[in-house]
Design a protein around this ligand. Structure first.
Ligand code: GLN
Length: 387
């Protein structure tokens, strides 16, 4: 049979590839981003209770009302944006489904979507599977700042959407108020929808403020903001997230969502609704991860790896420019080679950053996930210092 691939050049995700390689070589896995901290006993108890209370059948398609209600309260407290839980919030099977459902609902054949590289791996294929045309613009180390004049020039009559991500995976960069003002201007002037991946909203450092699209009233009306419980509650395997968008946009997103997953894990939603009521359960996350970042940086002091600025997310980029010149290193020409070699020979697995660039731009950068116990980070530091 002749199968015509819709994504002929797409292989297995780099996260699966590197995690598998780490396992095979018994390497410390700082590649795929997931925390190794335990999930709160209280939250696990609430899920157990919800199951025992019989919440085991399909949830309502847009999500359990109690959960959407508490999300609306938290959004109001955090971003001073009143939202209607009935019509503007939709619970999804993680951030990835939220992104796909939003694209599927809003992008059609020939519609152009502007996105910024390095870009998270599901964005581009999600656009193309739905007939859209991704327009990649490169951001560069060390700051990965958006050039808004370049964005302006990239907008055409067919541009329908701009996809942003702050705090940024893999860079750890964040958008500032001035960026949001530019974005708002362009979105309004060109009638664009902004798809805003904000899954690391609570992992932000050094007194910075997370610039959600929800903070800006005109921008919020044209945006889909995407959030994830997995990042906030150390439970990436649960795959529960949500979208926040105007009623008109949400209506369209739900049309796609109802045929992609229909609804999301019921007992988890009941448990999260109760757990989220206590702000103490999420307000300390930025502080917690800032300590992790600083601890990791402390461990690599004196190594030949150079850290790039990291203001958010649980990823630290390190340049290996200074490392690869050392004579004992084999000639690793690319960041992919370096990541593979480190995993196999040094027993430490990172993610090469060039995979997030459509054009493969290689700035000799590796991404390390610091959402790990101190002992793991110490071991990783020791390895990095031998190179
Ligand atoms: N978000 C995680 C990361 O960036 C990976 C999720 C996945 O494996 N698809 O590493």
């Amino acid at each position: 049979m002749n199968i015509k691939s819709r994504l002929p050049e797409v292989g297995t995700s780099i996260f699966s590839v590197m995690s598998k390689l780490a396992l095979e070589h018994q390497a410390i896995n700082l590649s795929q981003g997931f925390p190794d901290f335990p999930v709160s006993e209280k939250l696990i108890g609430l899920i157990h209770q919800a199951m025992k209370n019989g919440h085991n059948q399909y949830a309502p398609m847009p999500g359990v009302p109690a959960l959407r209600q508490v999300i609306a309260q938290v959004i109001d407290q955090t971003y001073q944006r009143p939202t209607d839980f009935e019509t503007e919030i939709t619970i999804t099977a993680g951030g990835t489904e939220a992104i796909f459902s939003a694209i599927a609902a809003l992008i059609g054949a020939g519609d152009e979507v502007i996105l910024f590289d390095p870009s998270y791996d599901c964005y581009d294929p999600g656009i193309r599977l739905n007939g859209g045309i991704p327009k990649h613009l490169n951001l560069r180390a060390p700051d990965f700042k958006i050039d808004w004049n370049e964005v302006k020039s990239a907008i055409s009559a067919r541009t329908k959407m701009i996809l942003i991500n702050t705090p940024h995976n893999p860079c750890g960069a964040i958008m500032q108020e001035a960026d949001m003002r530019e974005l708002e201007k362009l979105a309004l002037a060109n009638n664009l929808i902004v798809l805003s991946d904000e899954v690391y909203e609570r992992i932000i450092f050094d007194g910075q403020i997370h610039q959600s699209v929800l903070r800006y009233s005109a921008l919020a009306k044209q945006s889909v903001a995407i959030f994830s419980f997995g990042k906030t509650f150390h439970a990436t395997g649960w795959k529960v997230g949500y979208t926040v968008a105007s009623e008109a946009i949400t209506r369209e997103i739900r049309k796609a969502h109802q045929f992609i997953t229909f609804s999301v894990n019921t007992p988890l939603q009941f448990a999260l609704a109760e757990y989220m009521n206590d702000a103490e359960n999420y307000l300390q996350l930025g502080k917690f991860y800032q300590q992790k970042r600083d601890f990791f940086l402390e461990q690599i002091k004196g190594s030949s790896f150079r850290p790039l600025p990291c203001f958010g997310s649980y990823f630290q980029l390190l340049s290996f420019e200074g490392v690869s010149k050392k004579s004992e290193m084999p000639a690793c020409r690319t960041d992919r080679e370096m990541a593979t070699w480190m995993t196999q020979e040094k027993k430490l697995a990172p993610i090469p950053v060039s995979v997030f660039y459509k054009d493969g731009l290689d700035q000799r950068l590796l991404r390390f996930c610091f959402a790990k116990g101190d002992e793991t980070l110490q071991k990783a530091g020791r390895i990095l210092k031998t190179m």
